[in-house]
Design a protein around this ligand. Structure first.
Ligand SMILES: [Zn+2]
Length: 319
């Protein structure tokens, strides 16, 4: 960090499929002011307009210099061409997103993949603070990771480093949307677990999960852990399987990168100790010769703010 930069502010914007969260962030990762708007349906120029409005509004409130704008987006961004290789829910593929935003806002713009941005946020101001070697694993609808090694975010040659959700954990497993077989995401993502919980409730109308879905409440992955903890056998089997594969993925991550600490975020983190206890035990059990894994496994601490804070941090790491 250069002198002078430490006192500067940055704007972080987390672009989701349905809403955008924006914040004016100080040099300590504190969000000073925040805004929230709906993500425009599909027109890239409309998305640029909305972001431009958010930037103008936050900038007007800034008491000091704003170093730039970081934008976290659910996609794979090619930093050399300045366009997306892969992008979910938005029509931004091939669109010169960064240059359009720079033109419209007149500011430096840094685009970051949403999971990488969350990793940067947790590293800068949350669970990974103070560590040089840190991994953040997001378990939500899918599973992704952001890896910081030697104080640098690993992006990879094509912007897809850290795609732990599509590492193979069962070689003859079911086919994934990515074309591989047996990807981690197919066994342990919040989306998959929610679907399995719903399936159990439908097939076993007298089960605990069926009771939990009473009144039309849609089940989530966390409900499986709650039911397993209350002694429901089917839930326990599903949870054990998910945790087993999650531990395979985590052990691979630990072997490859040797992080000092791994934080888990995303929707599944709300399960709490029921998940973390099981996961730590499974990670140890899969390493019979070195059960004392030095890597700490902890919950992420910033929640949904990680994206905003990390996007703003991405600006600082670039300036
Ligand atoms: Zn896959």
């Amino acid at each position: 960090v250069e002198s002078g930069v430490a006192s500067q502010l940055a704007i972080g914007i987390d672009v989701g499929g349905t809403k955008m969260a924006a914040g004016l962030v100080d040099a300590y990762g504190q969000i000073l002011r925040r805004l929230r708007v709906a993500t425009p349906a599909s027109d890239p120029e409309q998305i640029v307009d909305v972001i431009s409005g958010l930037v103008a509004s936050l900038r007007a409130d800034a008491d000091g210099t704003v170093a730039g704008v970081g934008v976290a987006v659910p996609g794979q961004f090619d930093h050399r061409s300045g366009t997306f290789v892969r992008i979910a829910n938005l029509s931004l593929r091939g669109f010169p997103f960064r240059s359009r935003l720079e033109t419209v806002t007149g500011m430096t713009v840094v685009i970051e993949n949403d999971t990488n941005a969350a990793a940067l946020g947790e590293w800068f101001a949350g669970s990974g603070r103070g560590y040089q070697d840190f991994a953040f694993v997001a378990i939500g609808t899918g599973i992704g990771a952001g890896i910081i090694l030697g104080g640098r975010l690993l992006r990879g040659a094509h912007g897809s480093a850290g795609e732990i959700g599509h590492t193979v954990v069962e070689k003859d497993g079911p086919e994934c949307r990515c074309g591989n077989r047996g990807c981690l995401e197919l066994f342990a993502s919040g989306g998959v677990l929610a679907a399995r919980a719903g399936e159990v409730a439908r097939r076993h109308p007298d089960s605990l999960l069926a009771a939990m879905s009473h009144g039309g409440r849609s089940l989530n992955g966390g409900d499986l852990f709650v039911a397993a903890d209350r002694g429901d056998e089917i839930s326990r089997e599903i949870v054990d399987e998910a945790v087993h594969y999650l531990a395979v993925g985590m052990n691979n991550l630990i072997e490859l990168f040797d992080p000092a600490i791994v934080a888990i975020g995303g929707g599944m983190v709300q399960v709490g100790e029921s998940l973390f206890e099981r996961l730590r035990r499974a990670i140890r059990a899969q390493r019979p010769r070195s059960p004392d894994v030095a890597t700490r496994i902890v919950p992420a601490t910033l929640g949904d703010d990680a994206g905003i804070i990390g996007a703003a941090a991405a600006v600082r790491s670039r300036t």
